[in-house]
Design a protein around this ligand. Structure first.
Ligand SMILES: C[S@@+](CC[C@H](N)C(=O)[O-])C[C@H]1O[C@@H](n2cnc3c(N)ncnc32)[C@H](O)[C@@H]1O
Ligand SMILES: Nc1nc2[nH]cc(C(=O)O)c2c(=O)[nH]1
Ligand code: SF4
Ligand SMILES: [Mg+2]
Length: 208
């Protein structure tokens, strides 16, 4: 009988890609981080920059021991779990194993599936196409709202009102609308200084 398994026994996850890079977005922008991109998403943002992640079955099921040992072969100790929508999977075992290996655990999520895992940093990026579940809003460390058109500023404010008092607030231009939306974002931040600009810096410097 096992005495250690206090979490569901999810020992494999579908991994689309994994890479050691710098966090390109948000509060940790510029920090070395190991990214684990899980397959599967049921949100369907029409402007998603990683649509190949959506079908979980198209990506290999990898053992947690493989995932964590590969991550630990690099010197950085921030692991960012992204996707796809990572919360479509139970992440209790993954975060327990990452913590045991000395990592900080960060997640990038739309918050539209139930929260699992233990997180040192939760990035909530709410989507109109499948809205966040209420319970994650007050737990987010940063809110990062993608601005595709003018109506997204009101969507950003709706979630800022649901966030906790210490949550950092970012607005980020949708990549293909950046030339059009960034000037509006800058004006918005000047008028509403609780917000900060997040850019996808990795795309400007051509790193993963
Ligand atoms: C690909 S998503 C994966 C994690 C999760 N499904 C989510 O949406 O938060 C990672 C981050 O990239 C953002 N993102 C995706 N496509 C984008 C685009 N075309 N322009 C700007 N940000 C984008 C998402 O909003 C999210 O903050
Ligand atoms: N460098 C880099 N930073 C990122 N921050 C969030 C990303 C994501 O796709 O979740 C991402 C990504 O794909 N690359
Ligand atoms: S929730 Fe995230 S992964 Fe899913 S479609 Fe939207 S941006 Fe892409
Ligand atoms: Mg990305």
């Amino acid at each position: 009988m096992s005495t250690t398994a206090t979490y569901p026994n999810v020992r494999t996850l579908p991994v689309m890609e994994r890479f050691y890079t710098i966090q390109g977005e948000g509060n940790y922008q510029g920090c070395a981080a190991y990214f684990i991109r899980l397959g599967g998403c049921d949100v369907g943002c029409h402007w998603c920059d990683v649509k190949d992640s959506w079908e979980a079955d198209r990506h290999p099921q990898l053992e947690l021991t493989d995932i964590v040992s590969e991550a630990a072969s690099y010197p950085g100790r921030i692991a960012v779990i992204t996707g796809g929508e990572p919360l479509m999977h139970n992440l209790d075992a993954l975060t327990a194993d990452l913590h045991a290996a000395g990592f900080r655990t960060h997640i990038e999520t739309s918050g539209s599936s139930p929260l699992s895992g233990k997180w040192d940093w939760i990035t909530l990026s709410p989507k109109k196409f499948k809205a966040p579940l209420p319970e994650i809003c007050s737990l987010a460390n940063e809110l990062k709202v993608v601005i595709f058109n003018k109506s997204d500023f009101a969507w950003a404010e709706k979630y800022a009102a649901l966030a906790g008092p210490h949550c950092k607030l970012y607005i980020q231009p949708e990549w293909n609308k950046a030339a059009e939306m960034t000037p509006l974002i800058i004006d918005y931040i000047k008028d509403n200084p609780k917000w900060q600009l997040s850019l996808q810096v990795h795309k400007y410097i051509n790193v993963p």
